[in-house]
Design a protein around this ligand. Structure first.
Ligand code: NAD
Ligand code: UFG
Length: 338
């Protein structure tokens, strides 16, 4: 298939391009480089031996989207493009709604006008809010999000659901990611956050490489085995493979499909520190801090639906995730900036 990957130079997008190309798909990447780097294209070519067609373009620019759909004969879109910094979304909600929701509506209009009605969307476990139960199945009711970023995911899910209902030619897959970490085994592509990382693993790797002094652990008084927050960390390469497997749910008549992509295994913050130290031999100094506003105690997936319907299952364990995150950070202490 010929796949348009929006946000394809970003963290999850770039890993998905590798899986798509190695599994025989044609890839066209669209990204405005607001949170990624052109160098990713060279790194991808070095891994797969194929240079992806690249458009430096913004999903809010309808005219350019139309030009791309006219020029390229796209079968399906995998839609990663979006802003994702939770704290920034609280400060700048309109920027998030405009970019993520406005951009997606533009994209859907352009797709529809050019007869491409197949899309896989990057959603998030954040749509469950404080989950009604764990492990979380797709039947778990959606909850109240704690920030505008989360609401953009929840609202885009609704927009796609309504679009699918109104026009039976649409096939939509909503993939709800749990916590992606890790990097391609080559250590040449990986997560490259701007400024001080918000998320746990990039914070840990930046402490390990000496860019940050120590990890702050946000709370040790949760109702979890060791008191620190429990999450379902998933290797980004497994996540990427989930997208390739999900392409089969874009066959005519498939309609709307929703899948959790996680491992089903929860790890606490202290588990991550311990596993990272064991996998890499690097010590991570930490201090216990106050709870972070909006955090929940535990969140992990029941991903058995993805196994039953897509034949997808996460394969890589926590040690491999830690080792691969570290290889990327160690080889690229300043991300793509070197
Ligand atoms: P990322 O920031 O590395 O990738 C997103 C890419 O989209 C970037 O390359 C950025 O330049 C591009 N982009 C942003 N706005 C754009 C626009 N208007 N037009 C064109 N390109 C634009 O983030 P990621 O971690 O790879 O996440 C990819 C997707 O998955 C996002 O939609 C994110 O919300 C979602 N997601 C991520 C996580 C996570 O923990 N990383 C969890 C759940 C869902
Ligand atoms: N944590 C720390 N210290 C840090 C960073 C995180 O103790 O410096 C803790 C958090 O309190 C939490 C755990 O590590 O218990 C994981 O935190 P992350 O910020 O890495 O991940 P979250 O589960 O909070 O959120 C992430 C993304 C969201 C996404 C969600 C589900 O940031 O966008 O996963 O996919 F919605």
């Amino acid at each position: 298939m010929k796949i348009l990957v929006t946000g394809g130079t970003g963290y999850i997008g770039s890993h998905t391009v590798v899986e798509l190309q190695t599994q025989g798909h044609d890839v066209v990447i669209l990204d405005n480089l607001s949170n990624s780097d052109m160098k990713v294209l060279d790194r991808l070519e070095a891994i797969t031996g194929v240079r992806a067609v690249f458009y430096n373009a913004d999903i809010r620019d309808k005219k350019t989207l139309d030009d791309i759909f006219e020029k390229e004969d796209i079968d399906a879109v995998i839609h990663f493009a979006g802003l994702k910094a939770v704290g920034e979304s609280v400060q700048k909600p309109l920027m998030y709604y405009e970019n993520n929701i406005g951009g997606t509506i533009n994209l859907l209009n352009s797709m529809s006008e050019h007869g491409c009605k197949n899309i896989i969307f990057s959603s998030s476990a954040t749509v469950y809010g404080t989950p009604a139960f764990v492990p979380i199945t797709e039947e778990c009711p959606k909850g109240t999000c704690t920030n505008p970023y989360g609401w953009t995911k929840s609202m885009i899910e609704q927009i796609l659901t309504d679009t699918c209902f109104a026009d039976k030619e649409w096939n939509v897959v909503l993939l709800r990611y749990f916590n992606p970490i890790g990097a391609h085994e080559s250590g040449t592509i990986g997560e490259n956050p701007n400024g001080i990382p918000n998320n746990l693993m990039p914070y840990v790797t930046q402490v390990a490489v000496g860019r940050l002094k120590e990890l702050g652990i946000f709370g040790d008084d949760y109702d979890t085995p060791d008191g620190t927050g429990v999450r379902d960390y998933i290797h980004v390469v497994d996540l990427a493979d989930g997208h390739v497997k999900a392409l089969k749910k874009l066959e005519p008549g498939s309609g709307l499909s929703i899948y959790n992509l996680g491992t089903g295994q929860g790890y606490s913050v202290l588990d991550i520190v311990r596993n990272f130290e064991e996998a890499t031999g690097v010590k991570i100094p930490y201090v216990i801090k106050e709870r972070r506003a909006g955090d929940i105690a535990e969140c992990y997936a029941d991903s058995s639906k993805a196994f039953r319907e897509l034949g997808w299952k996460a394969k890589k364990g926590i040690k491999e995730m830690c080792a691969d995150s570290w290889r990327w950070q160690k080889n690229n202490p300043n991300g793509y900036a070197d």
